[in-house]
Write a new protein. Sequence first.
Length: 204
Amino acid sequence: MIEHDLRGRDITDPEVLRVMAEIPREEFVSSEQRERAYFDHPLPIGAGQTISQPYIVASMTQLLRLTSDCEVLEVGTGSGYQTAILARLAKRVYTTERFPDLSVAARAVLRKLGVDNVEYDLGDGSLGWPARRTFDRIIITAAVPDFPPPLVTQLAEAGVMVAPVGQGDFQQLTVAEKYHGKLIERQVSSCRFVKLIGEHGFRE
Ligand code: SAM
């Protein structure tokens, strides 16, 4: 997976490649999916949701340009796989999920793997983290029609936010940097994500 699907494409950041090799993806999928854990595909994790494909996880992580002092907000905990990758590269990860069962399962796997620099929240992550604060990096792991305004507010000056943005079945993986309170956006590639359901996302 590392050589063919990541390094063989455009994942060049050695730290991203290192943590992708370290975190066991099979821990985040059911026993029926385990033999497919290192295929470069999304896989079902219950509640109609998916664990993202490894290449997309690596690509979004690389776009964030994380450093060890970054505080990161992740919207859409899902299986916790992306959370684990972020947590190994950042100071602290704040992750929010709308399905309690997924959040509980993700917490258990991350605890088992010894990942302890993560805060969890349940609810509509399009509204931002419940406490008023800012984050150095924000990653949205479900499709949004546009960057949710509360998340733009919670992104620190010179911060980076990455999300699949678009109205249809396919979206544009988009990276945004915040300068003087405004986002400067760049579309990176086409992608396909489940939709973010919430006030600044889509309706159920
Ligand atoms: N990155 C995750 C992983 O590695 O397993 C996959 C995330 S999955 C593609 C998208 C997740 O976003 C789902 O778990 C879904 O329930 C969650 N989600 C959708 N709308 C949400 C919202 N408004 N707030 C928080 N989470 C949401």
